[in-house]
Design a protein around this ligand. Structure first.
Ligand SMILES: [Zn+2]
Length: 469
């Protein structure tokens, strides 16, 4: 029996920024999608003639820009209900008084609602794929991601040692950490039509024994998956590693010594790295997730220009809601360019507006993002054979008009509000700014209720500011 032809969608008359290896931009382009894949891309006139059978859906995108879906490489979905619980506090208060008690008091259902709320914000900002930094309730996250229609690399928050951990975490052994992640891999890897992958997590080196590090590396190799880890976030971390692990600089130096640095490691932040360490990251193929807003709030200036010059694959992330607080990758694109231009002027004493130009920033959220999540064979650019993960941008609003240079406008002028529609794996998940798979208003109501109850349970109170009457 002949296989039934799958439904064909034809999007035409858009400016298509493909992000392919030749940086092709079609001024009047069209793209054909069959099932979950792109089957044709080119000039509109050509594609409109080419298809002899009637597409199931044909959309005229005149005046719109079409791009690959953005990839956010550092997200804490479980922290979305913690937005605003740790603003303007020092790092130890942030962690010990607010975030750890919050995460430790969280239930499966809280994590599910938190991920739904986070996913809604990600989709509005044009994200089709994200890498989870690690939470306690991976199955709940997977349930939310499946429903939202997003693509994700999920990870468990993994720690087997450290000071000040909440009671129910402090007892996790190395063996438990590895076994529980293997079980999650078995249960969720490659589920939701292949949209969900399971990675291994290391929260950070101060919460990881040497055996957890080496077993994580070996397990990742065995499962052929990636490792998500916060690396070299603050000077204290480097001092701690220098002192306890007897190396002359910090985390990256130590990770190289124990042969932990490799192509499947996604190192997040990596703010406090020296030139030797940048070279080690480049040589070993480690990917770096740069989170500009979170770095400015809590960590410092990461040497992104130096990393890119050294050939490191750097992508962009929002981090979690209590450290950003906006989960918009569109804002991070703008910030990444400005912050790194500013850093250059500050460190060199002379301005260089060519640092992190718009093309580079667009690469960071698309092709570099795809390489960072080890998925570049299927996502990151609009090309025949790749998955249909794409976004439609409507620039006709006060925030973007006029557009004289569309590549620059996408980075310097575009706001989240300009993202009109989002498709992931061949399915629309947002159309005309309406999230399709979940009821946005309902999730907002649920989120308000659960976050209030969660903070109460965790015993977290936020002190008043100003003269509250
Ligand atoms: Zn993080």
């Amino acid at each position: 029996m002949e296989a039934k032809p799958r439904l064909l969608t034809l999007l035409h008359s858009a400016v298509i920024v493909t992000m392919d290896s030749q940086n092709r931009v079609y001024l009047n382009g069209a793209i054909a999608i069959e099932g979950d894949k792109i089957v044709s891309i080119g000039e509109s006139s050509h594609l409109l003639r080419e298809f002899d059978r009637q597409p199931h859906e044909i959309v005229d995108l005149s005046g719109r820009l079409l791009l690959p879906g953005f990839i956010n490489t550092h997200v804490h979905t479980s922290q979305q209900l913690a937005r605003g619980i740790a603003d303007d506090v020092d790092l130890l208060t942030w962690l010990h008084q607010r975030i750890w008690p919050y995460e430790a008091a969280m239930t499966d259902e809280d994590s599910y609602i938190s991920t739904l709320l986070c996913g809604i914000e990600l989709i509005h900002s044009g994200v089709t794929c994200f890498a989870e930094a690690g939470g306690q309730h991976v199955s709940a996250m997977a349930r939310a991601v499946e429903l939202l229609g997003l693509r994700a690399c999920l990870a468990q928050s993994t720690m087997d040692c450290g000071q000040g951990l909440p009671g129910n975490w402090a007892t996790h052994t190395t063996d438990y950490c590895i076994q529980s992640q293997k079980e999650l891999y078995k249960k969720h890897h490659n589920t939701a039509d292949g949209r969900i992958r399971v990675w291994l997590g290391i929260r950070q080196i101060m919460n990881a024994t040497d055996s957890l590090l080496s077993e994580t590396r070996d397990t990742a190799e065995e499962l052929k998956t990636g490792i998500h880890m916060h690396v070299a976030e603050i000077p204290y971390e480097n001092e701690f590693v220098t002192h306890t692990r007897k190396v002359d600089h910090g985390t990256v130096t130590y990770l190289e010594k124990i042969e932990f640095l490799q192509g499947n490691l996604l190192a997040v932040h990596s703010v406090w790295v020296n030139d030797t360490e940048i070279n080690s990251l480049a040589r070993t193929g480690v990917k770096v997730s740069h989170c500009p807003a979170a770095a400015m709030r809590m960590l410092g200036f990461a040497p992104i220009k130096e990393m890119l010059d050294a050939g490191i694959c750097v992508s962009l992330g929002t981090d979690g809601a209590p450290s950003n607080n906006r989960m918009s990758i569109v804002d991070e694109m703008y910030l990444a360019s400005l912050i790194n231009k500013g850093r250059e002027a500050f460190t060199k004493g002379t301005t260089d507006p060519t640092v992190l130009p718009a093309e580079t920033v667009l690469k960071m959220v698309t092709t570099n993002g795809a390489k960072s999540v080890l998925w570049e064979n299927e996502i990151g650019s609009l090309e025949v054979g790749k998955k249909a993960d794409l976004i439609v941008v409507n620039p006709s609003s006060w925030s973007m008009v006029p557009v004289h240079d569309c590549i620059a406008s996408l980075v310097y002028s575009m706001r989240t509000e300009n993202i009109e529609s989002v498709m992931c794996n061949g399915h629309w998940i947002m159309k005309n700014k309406k999230i399709l798979n979940v009821n946005e208003e309902e999730v907002i109501l649920l989120a308000k209720k659960s976050s209030a109850e969660l903070l109460k349970r965790a015993g977290i109170t936020i002190p008043h500011r100003m003269n509250v009457i």
